[in-house]
Ligand binder design. Sequence first.
Ligand SMILES: *Cc1c(COP(=O)(O)O)cnc(C)c1O
Length: 379
Amino acid sequence: MTTTQDPTTGTPVSFLNLVADHAEVRDELDAAWDAVVSTGGFVGGAAVAEFEAAFAEYQQGAFCVGVANGTDAIELILSALGLGPGDDVIIPANTFIATAEAVAHTGANVVFADVDPGTLLITGAAIDAAVTPNTKAVIAVHLYGQMVDMDDIGAAIERHNLLLVEDAAQAHGAEWNGVRAGASSAAAAFSFYPGKNLGALGDGGAVVTNDADLEERIRSMSNHGRSLTSRYEHDVLGRNSRLDSLQARALLIKLRKLDGWNDNRRQAAQWYRANLPEAIVPLEIRSEAVAVHHLGLVQVPVGERDNICAALDAAQIGWGIHYPVPCHEQVAFQGADPVSMPVTEAAAPRILSLPMHPHLTEADVIRVCEVIRGCTAVA
Ligand SMILES: *Cc1c(COP(=O)(O)O)cnc(C)c1O
């Protein structure tokens, strides 16, 4: 360990590095843009169909429908399953706000459940505690790039006879016992927001499912409720939530890179484990899981996060907090009776996301760990 080094003089470490990701495929992206402009087809079409087929196969699902973003993907799944006013949908309190928004926009009631202290993911016991006579579905959020314990959740779903929907916006390519999101539930929702493991050059999203009827309903609902066989017939209330051709071409190109990029993230996670001081606790990764480390999430000692963040700032190292205010404490989602989610609430002031991306080097990770070690309370 080099205690004499001035941390402010080292190389900056960025939180994400989309420029480096895209540099690897820049020629292909430029050619794709060219092809899209030359053909004049900008929404849907062959590029979208080709991406949908490739992504369904990648996720081990039968069908994929490209949509405008990940939030719409969740909402479309819930609506196509017939969920709405009068139904309770359980989601983890520890998730990005979009999971809760998607439920609320269907008219269904958001019911929060607590998470496991090691993985910070929803558990079967938390579902048992949250279930009501009106509960119809659970959204399992594979947060931070690790799938929830699908055996535990699957048993709870069976106990209470519920539908299982997956929010896989942070888990492209992640596995539980060799099975990927979308392969063993009603459907999984994906986001292709640029910073996700598989990101578009703008917004994008997808639904992966094995259910042919659900696929048809979502395909129609995401395209103005248009009949799939008759262009001018609208049998269901739809909306506009489609994937652009340019995004589909970019996603096809980047999908070929995804396994290698996820391998790099796993390598970076190992470097963190080897170099972080003991007081900094990385996310627990279960032995059944193949994690894709969307975020470099750690838990720091209570009261130390501000000091660590200030040291990271001084050293020009990127960081984030996912998420400092849990969903059930957000004003928009506070019901009449406040609920208590002790594990989520205890984790919120301790979580910190360190730089995590496919182009992180071992030297970058060692530098981040040394700067954290320089904060005396955790050294
Ligand atoms: C990003 C994200 C979403 C929403 O995806 P958008 O494409 O931004 O709408 C939903 N859930 C989780 C867990 C996410 O990380």
